[in-house]
Design a protein around this ligand. Structure first.
Ligand code: NI
Length: 211
């Protein structure tokens, strides 16, 4: 019994040492990133209600540098998100693309020997919209010249790393991003400017690797 306890202690300390989000460590995490807008906007063309924006999933990538065993700096990147935009009465009218890179300061709970590291983060997001176009329904309604303003906003995040071994981990994280824009377009030649919020939740399921 005593031998077993000693063996367990030795094993425990060995495996404990195998896990580390230690100062100076660098992680890359890759997985699915789903953006689910909680969209709303001013009334479109007076009678169509607010814009509706659908969900989209892309490849998410994030890079984390551990400044201490508890403080991380993370950069979020992804392949471009593509969303259909429309209104209740009209259905989809357009497709827009965006990239929402974010820079985060994070606090990791536990210490460098923990196998499970929950964390919270706060930071700033820049979202740029591009390749925006009306579909046939939009064009048939006389809509042209679609442009969306870029957005700066705050981001909040909670996440969890589960370390499999010295180099690999699995990760889940949830983000809330404050993304607001002006949707600009012409309706039969008349300039329109619709104040719109996307304010999405983003969900990421990832595998991580430590350098
Ligand atoms: Ni907002």
């Amino acid at each position: 019994m005593k031998k077993l306890a000693v063996a367990a202690l030795v094993l425990g300390s060995l495996s404990g040492g195998a896990y580390a989000h230690d100062a100076g460590e660098f992680f890359i995490r890759a997985g699915t990133a789903t953006v689910r807008p909680s969209a709303g906007s001013d009334n479109v063309l007076g009678s169509l209600g607010g814009f509706k924006v659908d969900n989209n999933t892309q490849l998410g990538l994030n890079f984390t540098y551990m400044a201490t065993e508890n403080i991380g700096i993370e950069l979020l990147a992804a392949t471009p998100f593509r969303h259909k935009v429309g209104t209740g009465p009209t259905g989809d009218l357009a497709t827009v693309h965006h990239l929402p890179p974010a820079l985060m300061a994070q606090w990791y709970f536990g210490d460098a020997s923990s196998k499970v590291r929950p964390y919270i983060g706060a930071g700033i997001n820049y979202t740029t919209f591009f390749d925006n176009s009306f579909n046939d329904t939009g064009k048939a309604a006389g809509l042209t010249d679609l442009k969306l303003d870029d957005s700066w906003g705050a981001v909040g995040q909670v996440g969890l790393d589960y370390l499999i071994d010295r180099n690999w981990l699995i990760n889940m994280s949830v983000w809330y991003m404050d993304i607001d824009t002006n949707v600009k377009f012409k309706a039969n030649g008349v300039q329109q400017n619709v104040s719109t919020r996307l304010d999405p939740w983003a969900f990421m399921f990832a595998v991580g690797y430590r350098f």
